[in-house]
Design a protein around this ligand. Structure first.
Ligand SMILES: Nc1nc2c(ncn2[C@@H]2O[C@H](COP(=O)(O)OP(=O)(O)OP(=O)(O)O)[C@@H](O)[C@H]2O)c(=O)[nH]1
Ligand SMILES: [Mg+2]
Length: 440
């Protein structure tokens, strides 16, 4: 089970409990422990967290008129945020950035992601390949730079890192942000240590980002400490958060080492990258809506009129509104991330994978339905004759019509369940906006 699903299941022990007493809190804590430890969070950290949650949940008075359940939810949220770290505020000025880390941790990929990140924020960027160790490193950075549309500097076959850095700095002296990719090793050793010293002496980087893969879980602490001794690391980028069952372990152990998580990598594509913000991260795991991010996306896409989150939640879903909402939502980006921002995290997988083709098919099918059929899909579902008529009229098959109805019903069922839970969500959101700093 992924971390988010596990944490939500644990929280359900409280939100679904008849009364919030010692026993209910104990059950919640036990479930939390299980989930966090299976995500490779250090056992000691887990026990400290449990103790704090237990104490605060039972002894602290709920603030500002919230109920006992919301109080416990807030305590869990607060303590998870404290466990995972802080919030990074990337500087957007002229700067030099060095990326370092062991083999395959994602340095080169992150070089390109960072280049895009700063460029999208209006800064001019140059990339330097200073990996003199891996045979095809030069070509890899060159290709990634071309893909990102960012200029690249390197000296093919050169093994003196100082020479490369000097050349690169001269070449990019007009650029706002200069990003340097360095070589990895199997383990931290004297050779790597010397190489990094040579690079930092010449480059004088403002940021030294250590790249670690989420796969290593709590070992991230040891790694951060080792690298820190040689080049004091200014931030850690945790990559491969998407595929790892140890992301929580990696983040919490970086926080425990005293280093700061700056960014996280969430996939192989250049956009699968975000500034780390523990509150946002935990809020999303727990299924709180990230309304700020959603509004930003809606605004950027210029479709404020079409996406009405309120409408989705307030009005009865019909097959027409189902289609309209899917269509509008799809304009914003991958359905999965959009649903997530709305706080709808456990949406059935099928529903999130609506292709353009499928949406077109839905449109023609719906246009072949009568007004009454659109209002009440049962008329179609229970009547083979109507199904055949609609299929014929829309140039599709009975199977296609059935598929649309099945998807619609799944969504309806999901939304109904989501709405039921909404009273609680609202209270928690309102409270967090006022109390524990703004959520999201
Ligand atoms: N799923 C996923 N894959 C990633 C992510 N970041 C990097 N990768 C993949 O991890 C592999 C290694 O990435 P690189 O960027 O080449 O790693 P590196 O640290 O430069 O490796 P060396 O130069 O050999 O030390 C590649 O296949 C990347 O596509 C991520 O956030 N998610
Ligand atoms: Mg590399």
């Amino acid at each position: 089970m992924d971390l988010g699903a596990g944490l939500r299941k644990a929280l359900a022990k409280i939100t679904g409990a008849a009364i919030v007493d010692e026993k209910a809190v104990a059950e919640l804590v036990k479930e939390l422990q299980r989930v966090l430890i299976s995500n490779d969070v250090n056992v000691k950290l887990v026990f400290e967290l449990s103790k704090k949650i237990q104490e605060r949940a039972l002894k602290e008075k709920p603030a500002g008129g919230i109920g006992a359940r919301e109080h416990v939810v807030k305590v869990v949220y607060d303590e998870l945020v404290a466990l995972m770290g802080e919030k990074h505020e990337p500087k957007l000025n002229k700067q030099k950035i060095l990326l370092l880390g062991l083999f395959g941790s994602g340095k080169t990929t992150t070089t390109a992601k960072l280049a895009k990140f700063y460029r999208d924020r209006g800064l001019s960027v140059g990339l330097i390949c200073c990996d003199t160790y891996r045979p095809a490193a030069y070509e890899q950075v060159e290709q990634l730079a071309a893909k990102t549309g960012v200029p690249f500097y390197g000296i093919r076959g050169e093994s003196d890192v100082k020479k490369i850095v000097k050349g690169g700095l001269e070449h990019f002296k007009e650029k706002d942000v200069v990003i340097v990719d360095s070589s990895g090793r199997d383990a931290f050793d004297g050779e790597l240590s010397k190489e990094l010293k040579d690079i930092t002496d010449t480059l004088r980087p403002d940021e030294k980002f250590l790249i670690v893969s989420a796969d290593i879980g709590q070992i991230a602490k040891k790694e951060a400490e080792e690298f820190n001794k040689v080049v004091d690391v200014t931030g850690v980028v945790v990559t491969k958060m998407d595929g790892s069952g140890k992301g929580g372990g990696a983040l919490s152990s970086v926080a425990a080492s005293g280093a700061k998580v700056a960014f996280i990598g969430t996939g192989e594509k250049l956009d699968d990258f975000e500034v780390f913000d523990a509150k946002k991260f935990v809020g999303r795991l727990l299924g709180f809506p990230d309304l700020e991010a959603l509004l930003e996306k809606v605004k950027n896409a210029g479709i404020e009129e079409e996406v009405k989150a309120e409408k989705i939640l307030e009005e009865e879903l019909t097959i027409e509104s189902f289609y309209e909402q899917l269509k509008a939502t799809k304009k914003l980006g991958p359905l999965k991330s959009i649903f997530q921002m709305m706080g709808m995290v456990d949406v059935p997988k099928e529903l999130m994978e609506q292709s353009e083709e499928k949406l077109k098919r839905y449109e023609v099918i719906i246009s072949s339905m009568t007004k009454n059929e659109r209002k009440d899909v049962d008329l179609v579902r229970k009547n083979r004759g109507r199904m055949e008529r609609i299929a014929k009229g829309s140039g599709t098959s009975v199977e296609d019509v059935r598929d649309l109805i099945a998807q619609f019903e799944k969504m309806k069922k999901f939304l109904d369940a989501f709405k039921k839970n909404r009273g609680l969500r609202r209270q928690v959101e309102r409270f967090m906006k006022g109390g524990a700093g703004k959520l999201g």
